[in-house]
Write a protein of this length. Structure first.
Lengths: 171, 496
């Protein structure tokens, strides 16, 4: 047991450094399209949240942020809801996302590849990625009111409403 | 250990040379209050990226004072991945289709990992993707508070998968905002079992799938065929599996139906599988994991108002004689009258036949509700109550769970949970009583306090102190007994 401790201590110190650049990825959406982060970032900054059908807090977060997201879409924000459900739940993910009237682009990540790329170990986790691929916001877990912190961050990040521009993929 | 330290130093020193280093660590510590036994588990992921090249490493170490056999491994994956081509050597996860043919994955919460180690290559071109691999698997499983490798690690898997997408331009579809498209796929896996006593044994599993998507309608059909060798006795084994689902969605409405029929499609060995035939049971139970079972599932999700969401589902799976199986009904309504209040009411009914060796038939009816109130959109209180009416082979009792939670956004949450069981099974006969007491102990009440703290934007700490009832936990058709626990559990997660 004690032999593990020398490893953990430097690790925790090392862990304080900031992870700032988002890796590229491509995933299939619930509408059967292949969606690439790089192409989305050409259109606007990205809000990205990892969720699963079994994760109550994840769904609460996506529901709670939805009214704000619908406003920020007009300023160019693109929302991604990345489902970490296994392959056997694929059929239900689409039904669930559509029934919640989510305007986020819902993506499947059944093998957890993107989850691993972003070093996500527990969900929900939320990221905001700017167009130059910097991760400027990340938050683990959801508690009522977290959506307001997210909103405040986006208010600073995004310019005032430009009605000619709208994020999302028309879901 | 030395190799990990060298690797860490090497990666840190390279971080200033255009190589991007990232990673995460999850450290879990348990302390049993009665015996003072300890459990320490660390899974460290480190990744270095340079242009299209990536090196990922996973270091895992588990030690416990309950046994003298710690378990450690160091996995890695060296990968080149461009938009069109990918090639990798090392450890990876892979799923073909819905898992009927292959599913290698990691479920960290359930402590179950099916990882492949070998070579993988892929080509993405013309809306199609081709994947080939050759690898050996390691099925790591946590049960009875120990990590165990369940499979025969000399088994060798070789496979190929081809998927293609055909989409119709939007102006040709009858649905203005929707597309018409068809996804087609086919897979082949060959498994060599060097340890099989039958001569020159190998198993082939292959199949195809089609997924037409016409506006709001999404149909999926997958068929797989298995040609294998009967274990020990030899002789040709033939199996087949069918999985299909139909989803219809509109804004605010979604309905899904599933049907499955499996006959000798589960492949691997005793206690492990390399595929993962889907089960319709949300709790994760299956009859015999693809050997001889059929089932169906249906779910409906409706949001008639933006603040009202209704869900319902039914699922059933059983073997052909109808002796082993599971059935469940779930219903949930969630209503948020304003920003400050939210309420949720749930009802679940589960019927299990011979899923657990301690009973023949178990019926569980579980109504519950949860109320959450926030007075300033920063602090909130939660209250939840669930009662579970259980009937095990005519022996009736109930369990109640009361939960109280407090949170302060964005970084603190506390919860107190009390589980109360009505009585012990003293009127059971023979071994069944003994098994139950052995698994669940003689306690009738379990109180646990949990705290969730965000130490920084990328570090969280979860601490729980108190008692956990334990019991049967299932995921993806696999179930395990969790022993009762009394003591301290702490989980520290960091990303960097």
């Amino acid at each position: 047991m004690s032999r593990l401790l020398p490893l953990l201590l430097p690790l925790l110190l090392f862990a304080q450094s900031e992870f700032t650049e988002a890796p590229s990825f491509e995933l299939e959406s619930i509408d059967g399209e292949i969606v690439s982060l790089d192409s989305l970032l050409k259109r606007g900054p990205v809000y990205m949240s990892f969720w699963a059908l079994w994760c109550k807090q994840c769904i609460k977060e996506l529901d709670a942020f939805l009214p704000y997201y619908n406003e920020f879409r007009k300023r160019g924000l693109i929302g991604l809801a990345i489902s970490e459900d296994g392959a056997r739940f694929k059929a239900r993910v689409k039904s669930f996302a559509k029934s919640h009237r989510w305007t986020y682009i819902t993506l499947y990540d059944p093998d957890g590849e993107v989850k691993e790329l972003f070093n996500v170990r527990a969900i929900p986790v939320t990221f905001i990625i700017t167009q130059d691929k910097r991760i400027v916001f990340e938050h683990q877990g959801y508690k009522k009111g977290d959506e307001l912190h997210l909103k405040d961050t986006l208010e600073v990040l995004l310019p005032e409403a430009d009605t000619t521009k709208e994020g999302g993929c028309g879901e | 250990m030395r190799r990990v330290a060298i690797l860490l130093l090497a990666l840190i020193s390279l971080s200033g040379k255009g190589i991007r280093i990232s990673g995460s660590s999850r450290t879990e510590y348990w302390l049993w209050s009665d015996s003072l036994n300890e459990h320490l588990e660390e899974r460290l992921l480190l990744s270095a990226r340079y242009l299209d090249l990536r090196l990922s490493t996973t270091f895992f170490a588990w030690e416990t004072t309950r046994t003298f056999n710690p378990y450690r491994f160091l996995d890695y994956l060296v990968e080149y991945k461009s938009k069109e081509v990918e090639f990798g050597y090392g450890s990876f996860y892979q799923t073909f289709g819905r898992g009927l043919i292959l599913r290698a994955f990691f479920d960290e919460d359930f402590k179950r990992e099916k990882r492949l180690k070998g070579i993988r290559a892929g080509l993405n071109k013309f809306n199609s993707s081709l994947t080939v691999f050759s690898a050996r698997s390691r099925n790591l499983f946590f049960e009875e508070n120990k990590y165990k490798v369940k499979n025969d690690t000399t088994d060798e898997l070789r496979g190929v998968n081809l998927e293609t997408r055909i989409s119709t331009p939007y102006y040709l579809t009858p649905f203005p905002d929707e597309k018409i498209g068809i996804n087609l796929g086919g897979s082949y896996i060959r498994m060599n079992q060097y340890e099989d006593l039958s001569k020159k044994a190998f198993t082939e599993i292959f199949g195809g799938r089609i997924q037409p998507m016409i506006g709001p309608i999404d149909l999926y059909i997958e068929y797989a065929r298995l040609l294998g060798t009967r274990e020990l006795v030899g002789g040709r084994l033939k199996g087949s599996g069918l999985y299909s689902s139909l989803t219809i969605t509109f804004p605010g409405f979604g309905i899904t139906g599933e049907y499955m029929k499996y006959d000798s499609i589960g492949y691997g060995g005793f206690g492990y599988r390399y595929n993962d035939p889907p089960t319709p049971i949300r709790q994760g139970a299956s009859a015999n994991r693809g050997m001889d079972e059929h089932g169906y599932g249906a779910s409906i999700d409706i949001s008639p108002l933006t603040n009202l969401h209704l869900e319902g589902s039914v699922g059933s799976i059983e073997d052909t004689p109808g002796e082993v199986g599971a059935f469940e009904i779930t219903a949930k309504s969630k209503f948020e009258p304003n920003d400050y209040w939210s309420t949720e009411a749930t009802y679940e009914r589960h019927i299990e036949r011979k899923i657990d060796p301690t009973y023949e038939r178990k019926v569980s009816d579980r109504p519950g509700f949860e109320i959450s109130y926030s007075w300033n959109m920063v602090d909130y209180l939660d209250f939840g109550y669930t009662i579970d009416f259980i009937n095990e082979d005519g022996f009736k009792y109930h369990e109640q769970i009361i939960e109280l939670g407090f949170g302060h956004s964005p970084n603190i949450a506390f919860a107190l949970r009390y589980t109360r069981r009505q009585r012990l099974k003293f009127n059971r006969i023979g071994d069944k009583e003994l098994i139950e007491i052995e698994h669940l102990g003689r306690n009738l009440g379990w109180l646990i306090f949990e705290a969730h703290l965000d130490l920084s934007r990328s570090t969280t700490l979860r601490i729980a102190y108190g008692g956990e009832k334990g019991g049967l936990v299932c995921s993806g058709g696999v179930c395990r007994w969790e022993e009762p626990f009394n003591g301290l559990k702490a989980v520290l997660i960091t990303r960097f």
